[in-house]
Design a protein around this ligand. Sequence first.
Ligand code: GDP
Length: 424
Amino acid sequence: MVKAVVGANWGDEGKGKIVDMLGEKADIIVRFQGGSNAGHTIKNSYGKFALHILPSGVFYDHTTSIIGNGVALNIPDLIKEINDIVSKGVPMPKILVSDRAQIVMPYHQLFDACEEERLGGKAFGSTKSGIAPFYSDKYSKIGFQVSELFDEEVLVEKVERVCELKNILLQHLYHKAPIDKNELLETLHNYRDMIAPYVADTAVIIREALEADKTVLLEGQLGTLKDTDFGIYPMVTSSSTLAGYGAVGAGIPPYEIKDIIAVCKAYSSAVGAGAFVSEIFGEEADELRKRGGDGGEFGATTGRPRRMGWFDCVASRYGVKMQGATEVALTVIDVLGYLDELPVCVGYEIDGVVTKEFPNTTKLAKAKPVYEVLPGWKEDVSEIREYDKLPENCRKYIEFIEKEIGVKITMVSNGPRREDIIYR
Ligand code: GDP
C-alpha cells in the first residue's frame, strides 16, 4: 500500500520528521516532486540533518530511498548529501534514481539568479536553485533525462541545440558570458559517472514492491499553498506539491495511494513573497520565530528567517482538503506553550464579506483575517506522550482546529525527535 506524507500549508510543516517516524514500517520511500530547493530537518540517534534532496528514509537500513521521475535532480547536491550523511556515521543507504528523472543543469541555477536580478523588487524570492528554469525546460522538452546521459550521440546533439538557445538569452537578455559547449559536455560526463551507480527503472521497482504487498511512502516537499495550480500563484513552486501528483512523480497508479497524511503546523510560517493573511510582525513574530521549529524558524536550505503567523483555519482546511487528506498530523504544538492566548484565523473578509473558502490569488490579495482568540495553556507539553495528559486548553486548541479543518488529527507532534509524538 502507498501512504503519502504531504504539506497542508506553505512548507516546513515537519514532514521530514513524520516520514522519518513512519519510515520504520516502510519498505520504500519516494521523493516525487521538487528539488533541493527546500529541506527537511531531521533529528534522530545519528544527529541532526538537513536533507534537501534525499528522502527522509535514508537513516534506516531496511528501506530503499527513491528519487522519482518527478524530481528536479541536482546530481552534485545528491552526491554531496550522500557523502555528508555517510561521513557522520549513517550506514550507506540504498538509493535509486529514476532513469526518467530530469537533471538540474548548472545553467538553470544561473538563469534563476539572472531572472531574480532582472526582476529586482518584483522578484519571487526564489532560492536560486534553478527549479523554475528546470521545470520550464522540462515542459519545453529541452530538459535532460538521466537516461540521456548514457547515450553520447543524443547528448552531444542536445548540448549543441540547447547552448544555441540559452546563449542568446544569456548574452542578449542578461548580458552574461555564454555557456561553453565543451565544458557543459564535460560536466554532463561527470554527472553520468556520479549518478551511474544509482540509476534504475524505479516505476517497475515500485510496482513489483506493491505486488509483493510492501509499504511505500511518498514524501512531499513544500505544501498545498506552494502548489503550482492550487497555491498562491505566481508565488508558488514550479511543481505540484499535492499527493495526487505523487502518482505521476513516482510512477504508481493513483488508486494505490490509500492513506494521505497531511502535515499541518500548529501556527503558520512561510518563506518567499505572496499573500499571507494571518501574518504577524514585530516583536510578536520575532518571539514565535525564535521559539519555533527546532532552534528557530529559519530556512533549512537558505537560512532565511521565515515569515510567521497565527494558525489559519481557512488556508489549512483548503490545504488538507486539496491534498485529499485521510488524516492530519499537527506539528510543533510544544512551541505554543508560552502564549497567554492564541488568536486563530477563522475567516477571510474580502470586500466586506466573510468567507471560509480559500480564494484565488486575485481575491486573496484583498483578504483580511477574522480572528477568534483561544486561551493558552502556559505549560511545557514536550514530554507528554498521551493525549489525555495534555492540558485542557491545549486539547481545546487541537480540537478547535480539527473541527475547522474537517479532517481527523491522528497525530500530534510535540517536539523535533522521533519519539515526540502523541497518537490519538
Ligand atoms: P519539512 O520540510 O516539512 O520537513 O519541515 P522542516 O524540516 O523544514 O521544518 C520543521 C522543523 O521543525 C525542523 O527543524 C524539525 O526538526 C522541527 N520539528 C518538527 N516537528 C516538530 C515539533 O513537533 N516540535 C518542534 N519543536 N519542532 C519540530
